[in-house]
Design a protein. Structure first.
Length: 105
């Protein structure tokens, strides 16, 4: 059997200078410091959001580079892009724009 005391005298324990100092330090760091736990949690969430945006924009950049290479190497794609984006046409040619109403909703 152990000789451990069954009831700890919490008041005497908290009167100890080192324990009291440690508690004050932990409370200060947790709530009152400029870099407190709440701010750190918010910064971690913002950091994760920015990382997600970074991966999204990197994939968009890769897609745009692929499209740019395709436009530089394929004349048919360049003509298609010019007709769709800028409504360019050849002489004597009529261009009609047909909108897909199902995509607009």
């Amino acid at each position: 059997m152990s000789n451990r005391p069954k009831n700890i005298d919490w008041v005497a324990y908290l009167k100890n200078f080192y324990v009291l100092s440690a508690l004050v330090f932990l409370v200060w760091i947790s709530f009152f410091d400029n870099d407190n736990l709440l701010r750190r949690r918010n910064q971690k969430a913002k950091e994760q959001e920015l990382k997600n945006q970074e991966t999204y924009y990197k994939s968009e950049i890769q897609d745009l580079h692929r499209k740019m290479r395709e436009l530089n190497t394929n004349d048919r794609e360049l003509e298609k892009f010019a007709r769709e984006k800028y409504l360019l046409r050849k002489k004597g040619e009529d261009v009609y724009v047909i909108k897909d109403l199902s995509k607009e909703k």
